[in-house]
Design a protein around this ligand. Structure first.
Ligand SMILES: [Zn+2]
Length: 54
């Protein structure tokens, strides 16, 4: 089984780890990222493990 790199997505507001995990091959477009800690939602794009707050 291939070992795929994955990372937990951190909240853009407070820096807390969210429950969202992205992989090296994950692509997200205008994804509403919800943070359980500060209860904020941010729209994000994700590609090649790079995240962008849009
Ligand atoms: Zn947060």
């Amino acid at each position: 089984m291939a070992n795929v790199i994955s990372e937990w997505v951190r909240c853009f507001v407070c820096g807390n780890k969210t429950r969202l995990q992205i992989r090296a091959d994950t692509e997200l477009k205008s994804f509403p990222l919800y943070c359980p800690k500060c209860r904020q939602e941010s729209l994000i794009d994700a590609k090649d493990l790079l995240l962008k707050n849009i």
